[in-house]
Design a protein around this ligand. Sequence first.
Ligand code: ADP
Ligand code: GLC
Length: 515
Amino acid sequence: MEQSVYSTPPLDANHAGLRVLVASSEAHPLIKTGGLADVAASLPAALRQLGHDARLILPAYPSATRQLREPRVHCELRIPGCRASVRLLEGLHPDHELPVYLVEAPDYFGREGNPYTDLSGRDWGDNAERFLLFSRAVALIAQGLPAIGWRPEVLHANDWQTGLAPALLHAQPERPAMVFTIHNLAYQGLFDRATFERIGLPAALWNLSGLEFHQRMSFIKGGIVFADRVNTVSPTYANEVRSARFGCGLDGLLRQIGGRFSGILNGIDYQAWDPASDPMILQPYSPDSFGLKVENKLDLQREFGLPRSEETFLLGYVGRLVDQKGVDLILEILPELLTDARTQIVMQGAGERRTEQALSEMAARHPHQIGVYVGYDERRAHRIEAGCDAFLMPSRFEPCGLNQLYSLRYGTPPIAHRTGGLADTIVNLTPETLANQSATGFLFDEARAEALREGVERARRLYRDQPEAWRALASNGMTQDFSWESSARQYLRLYTEILVERRAHRETEASAALA
Ligand code: ADP
Ligand code: GLC
């Protein structure tokens, strides 16, 4: 029998047709600054593959509106406390059969470029208003607007930009089950008290068991405090953030919410990231034809203006240039690393100006060994994954990390700090792990230049001295399964757990009322 759009389905993790609204401030390729965008597009697509009715909601940034397939205006939204005209657009995701809602409020989201910052890299001055408006729209739709005729049973909110939606919804009788995913605890959406008073949130939210955080308003606390379940994107990071070192001031709260908090590893989109069929790379290859990969190296060297040589050990880096990623550690070891003339590195990233400059200067000093591209370029990111021999990820912390998963898939073993999702997805090479074919990369224990240098040395030695072992290592990585299906199933279990719990709670209340 067909489920009605408002009915509650039978509750077990395998049943089909769960209605899930995924709310995010970015989703690939509509708009992207980092891994959140990949996840926000892939997870609902994977849920749909499993037979569930997942839909995505985003702010209508110009680039998102431009790329929406079959767009139409759905309805006007009357947002409490907001005089601006807000419309809800509906269409399909460019790459998946995934319904997408866009919250169109031109004064708030009608700006080109980065969704969070202006051209000079400063946060937009009205980010609190912008993401409150978005959260209010999400909260409205999550309760089932008659004009839409669809009511989600689960709201899955992501990162601080959507943190206020659970806060606004938690006391509503018709609210869905709520999951809040932390993709990076370092970004919390903190604003001063005057902003809290100006934007018109209920005064009751200003207390320590609400949004207040060291005399400021914290958007991320809205999600952590008020969602039914909170998770982050790897089991190790979920443990790390319960400690003062990684908890960014929220470790106490995360310890306190105990069993409500867990870690679920991200997957990756194996269609978009497949070296055997990637249209962005020169030469497709697979574990069976690993020898062909070198053609991509020669092509990458050409693209970056480096001398072309098959024997060179070519390292790669792609990522945001922020303290988290440890690019300064790479810069520190480069001069010594490059005393070996048969080592090169290509790096691509955008972010902090001083790091962009330092990279460019380093490349100017070593034009035959360092290639740098400052900026964001999807195509080149694929070509770096395919063309390099090994990939650097010396992140100080890494909630999950997607680039190491892409590297594994492309037979480009990662050299990474043993932290967060990197620790959960890379198996360090040792004589034992090489022998039992589980090794996939090189992990080092501390985010220090010396430890990174040793990691690179280990990799370079294996690459030069034991080509067969290198090939085996790369092949182990290529055949790992980090597809979305298993992660999506874990999210389904989480959703179902809440639904079962809430149903039991309602039943207890009903029988108490009858007694
Ligand atoms: P984070 O979300 O912290 O930035 P992840 O490893 O989870 O780190 O995801 C980063 C994503 O952004 C990957 O898909 C990566 O390829 C992409 N990316 C980051 N910087 C760039 C860039 N300069 N050009 C192209 N892609 C980039
Ligand atoms: C964040 C994290 C990154 C994670 C991504 C997607 O930006 O920094 O580690 O992979 O979100 O969850």
